[in-house]
Design a protein around this ligand. Structure first.
Ligand code: SAH
Length: 258
């Protein structure tokens, strides 16, 4: 490597630091071998944080066998009984999907998504969700995401094996972290609130919409899903959430006084 290229790319320590805030979240995985293969896929690319939401079987000898030398990631894997718990503290949530959904979400191509992850403020936790082998992510899980990421594939056969999808995603994250020569992805200084705060906001929003009789509980249609998509696109910061919650509280007070 010449000295110019050496300056333009980051050191391994810098790459590791940039990747350390990224969680790979596997949801309800059926085959433990896929969990092991995921650990291996992550470790070769320098990712460390593996989170498992209600895996069918874990720990498991099959997972350890497939992890090969990455069993340290399995040992440190965090098992959760809900997605909410796996997303605690995360301010950016990406969902990976093999197909388009009935309520289309903003969908990014893989490389752009990896760059956007690396453009987050340093220290902000980021989650990337991977769905079940049989049917991917549910609509409720997708509603927790800011963006969907699709790995471009053969349109006639577009569903990757779970661990292979993690591999491709992890590779692109590493490439974005290393930085192409002369073009490094710099973190932004905008700090959106985390997933827990967004859930509190959505609960408050839903209650207010019920109070002011905008949301009909007998016929909710897809109102909350659409509103979640809107606010997830905006990714409010703390000040903005305070304003929105203030507006909701004022609407509730005004309704009570009527
Ligand atoms: N039949 C399922 C496929 C599940 S594959 C479906 O249609 O959604 C298991 C997981 O691997 C998916 O939930 C997703 O997280 C990931 N995956 C597979 N293929 C992908 C692709 N082309 N782009 C993005 N993620 C993909």
């Amino acid at each position: 490597m010449n000295s110019k290229a050496a300056q333009d790319t980051r050191s391994e320590a810098q790459v590791a630091a940039r990747l350390s805030s990224i969680r790979v979240v596997l949801i309800n995985t059926t085959h433990p071998g896929n969990i092991g293969a995921t650990a291996r896929a992550m470790k070769v690319m320098g990712l460390k944080q593996l989170h498992l939401v209600t895996p069918k079987t874990f720990p498991s000898a099959d997972a350890t066998a497939m992890a090969s030398g990455a069993d340290d990631l399995l040992q440190h894997a965090v098992v959760h009984d809900s997605l909410e718990s796996a997303l605690a503290g995360c301010s950016l949530v990406l969902g990976t999907s093999a197909r388009l959904r009935s309520l289309p979400m903003p969908q990014m191509d893989l490389r752009k998504a990896a760059e956007s992850v690396l453009a987050e403020h340093v220290g902000q936790d980021i989650a990337i969700l991977f769905g079940r082998e049989r049917y991917g992510l549910t609509n409720e899980e997708i509603q927790c995401c800011h963006q969907l990421v699709h790995i471009d594939t053969n349109p006639d056969y577009g569903s990757l094996n779970l661990a292979q999808a993690v591999q491709v995603m992890s590779y692109e994250l590493r490439m974005a972290a290393v930085g192409e020569s002369g073009k490094q992805v710099e973190p932004s200084d905008w700090v959106p609130v985390d997933a827990g705060q967004m859930e509190l906001f959505y609960a408050h929003l839903e209650q207010t919409l019920l109070d002011i009789q905008f949301l009909n509980p007998d016929q909710p249609k897809r109102l909350m899903a659409r509103l979640r998509r809107l606010f997830n696109r905006a990714r409010p910061d703390q000040n903005e959430i305070n304003i929105l919650r203030g507006i909701l509280a004022a609407s509730q007070r005004a309704k009570k006084q009527n």
